[in-house]
Design a protein around this ligand. Structure first.
Ligand SMILES: Cc1cc2nc3c(=O)[nH]c(=O)nc-3n(C[C@H](O)[C@H](O)[C@H](O)COP(=O)(O)OP(=O)(O)OC[C@H]3O[C@@H](n4cnc5c(N)ncnc54)[C@H](O)[C@@H]3O)c2cc1C
Length: 269
């Protein structure tokens, strides 16, 4: 039995197409049942092999030591690390689903997802519902009078888990060329299109909101500025994550704007 924060392999068991741009990849792997909880928006780090290097530093129980070893690997063999979201977990079949957006600038994670076949293996660290959080997301959702979700297509997997888990009235604004079915037991007002324009033009409910923003970092920044500056929403009522950066990969160092975002998160405690 593995510990929740160990490094393990995942093995692809099935691949299906949700849209021309979204691929659902199902995985089996040791320790998933212990690592996954019922919380929405659980994040995980996935390790994608360099061409010709299908094996990794072996799975390990001590992530700290493993990560030091990982960092000391020569770059040409070190697997690429990318962040993804648990779309769902089926305890009956012990299967984890992750939805990969096949974006047009296809970096290593996307290239891997395009070619993925049952039997392929990648490494994982996590998942965790508490990466970057002090308070569980489910608590924050339950304490709000209403919930605003906004972002782009890469945030659809996480947003879907929030929409499925939340019983508060929700407004969701998603930029995506395709519309995806969303299931909820809360009241959901869903807008497909430019989220910034739509949020700017929206009449928002009264009461205390909880806002969750994710997607391209510049979009997330503009949404946050609007909500704080023009709507007067408390910074502490907004959770935000820049999922990706235009023209930069996840391996590139942080920009001044990324560092300012990190400071903002630290200031929120
Ligand atoms: C906490 C978290 C959870 C995430 N969950 C998911 C998820 O469940 N599903 C998912 O599909 N993505 C998710 N993402 C986003 C994903 O990690 C990034 O899109 C990642 O950059 C993809 O890696 P890559 O190797 O394909 O591209 P990279 O090598 O990182 O980048 C290559 C090029 O592609 C561009 N690019 C990167 N992402 C996108 C994009 N989404 N659209 C258009 N261009 C892009 C970059 O600007 C760069 O020019 C998540 C990110 C975070 C931080």
């Amino acid at each position: 039995m593995s510990r929740p924060f160990s490094v393990e392999f995942l093995q692809v068991t099935a691949v299906s197409k949700l849209s021309p741009q979204m691929r659902r990849i199902s995985f089996a792997g040791d320790g998933l049942a212990e690592a996954i909880t019922a919380e929405p928006d659980q994040q995980l780090k996935l390790y994608f092999p360099r061409p010709g290097h299908s094996e990794y530093p072996p799975p390990a129980e001590d992530f700290g030591a493993w990560y030091q070893g990982y960092l000391s690997m020569p770059e040409e063999v070190r697997p690429w690390m990318r962040s993804y979201t648990v779309r769902s977990y089926d305890p009956e079949t012990c299967t984890l689903d992750v939805d990969f957006l096949l974006h047009r600038h296809a970096g290593p994670a996307t290239r891997w997802a395009i070619d993925a076949q049952p039997g392929d293996r990648i490494g994982r660290f996590g998942p965790s519902a508490m990466f970057g959080r002090r308070i569980p997301l489910s608590t924050r959702l339950a304490e709000a009078d209403w919930v605003l979700l906004a972002g782009d297509e890469s945030a659809i997997p996480a947003m879907s888990t929030i929409i499925e888990a939340c019983s508060r009235p929700m407004r969701a604004f998603i930029r995506s060329p395709y519309e995806y079915p969303m299931q909820t037991w809360g009241a959901l007002d869903l807008h497909w299109g430019d989220p910034l324009d739509a949020v700017r033009g929206a009449s928002l409910p009264a009461g205390r909101p909880f806002c969750w923003l994710a997607g391209e970092a510049g979009l997330v920044r503009d949404l946050r500025r609007h909500l704080v500056g023009e709507r007067g929403i408390a910074r502490s009522d907004i959770e935000f994550t820049g999922y990706w950066r235009s023209t930069l990969t996840q391996d590139d160092p942080p920009t001044a704007a990324d560092l300012a975002d990190a400071q903002e998160l630290l200031a929120q405690g």
